[in-house]
Design a protein around this ligand. Sequence first.
Ligand SMILES: Cc1cc2nc3c(=O)[nH]c(=O)nc-3n(C[C@H](O)[C@H](O)[C@H](O)COP(=O)(O)O)c2cc1C
Length: 344
Amino acid sequence: MQQPPPSSFPCSRPGPSRRFCVAPMMDWTDRHYRYFARLISRHALLYTEMVTTGAVLQGDRARFLGYSPQEQPLALQLGGSNAQDLAQCARLAEQAGYAEVNLNVGCPSDRVQNNLIGACLMGHPELVVDGVKAMLDACSIPVTVKHRIGINGRDSYEQLVDFVGQLQEAGCETFIVHARIAILEGLSPKENREVPPLRYEVVQQLKRDFPQLEIILNGGLTDLDMMQQQMDELDGVMVGREAYHNPYLMAEVDRRFYGDPAPVRSRIEVLHALRPYIAAHLAQGGAMHHVTRHILGLFQGLPGARHFRRQLSTEIHRTDQPLALYDRLVSEMTERTQPQDCSL
Ligand SMILES: Cc1cc2nc3c(=O)[nH]c(=O)nc-3n(C[C@H](O)[C@H](O)[C@H](O)COP(=O)(O)O)c2cc1C
């Protein structure tokens, strides 16, 4: 496999290119999803689900830090605010071979707020600064921050500039900005991804005010043309839900955002390439749906998409021959989609 290009953005630490990133998503971007996504795009930078420092330091480390080498380039996202713990986790991330370690300052869930994790940290910039400094001192991979444009009660542009400015002074060079505020009381995490309005212009202004920083735009991006337009002003995009629900969107990413003219796998070729991975997972005692629950949207917009989704979400639980079901489904989808599947 060809090596993905390094970042074209002049950061002081060598790191992966962030022109197209797949967002960290709890329960969604687990290692099985990431393996599948990598079969579609060789260059997209993938992020783990958020892992708390407590889980890494006190939990099953192999479970929380493990991944397949094929998933690279891969960034670990941490949740936490204790500088010592963050430093220790950043060191472990580097040892485990991650290409980047990212701090979550965007998650609005009550559960994490109680532990001073996520978006509530935008109200405590000094904790984020201490944490980022400690992480930078502890490792030599890039340390990045994913945050919102504000939180309720602290949502002015001046406050955002103050937050980013303090982190810049601490040595952080890359900011992934979810272009809406988080409302920390009264909205569920899901509502917090939908209700506060998207304000791309705020992120664009941030880039104009901090041209030397790498600024990646996140939030509501669904269309590759729109993403490419944003890149006229910004350094990259991070895509969450669309990359999960419509994963074949990533088939065009290598050519469009990385200038790689290599042929892309068709959807059917992706399914064939995934089969040995599923077989290995089954051989280790895993269940097929652990992997295939992430691929339900592969045929979105094509004939047979519903059949594919239904077979993998219901029939799969009624069979004791999961691979036989998979093989039959691949044959059926090959027949149904062959002419259309050649085009993106
Ligand atoms: C199911 C789900 C889980 C998420 N988990 C995380 C997480 O662990 N860490 C994080 O920083 N953001 C998390 N997010 C937020 C996404 O990373 C992203 O910021 C958000 O979905 C907006 O991007 P999008 O509109 O492209 O989906 C999650 C989003 C979803 C839908």
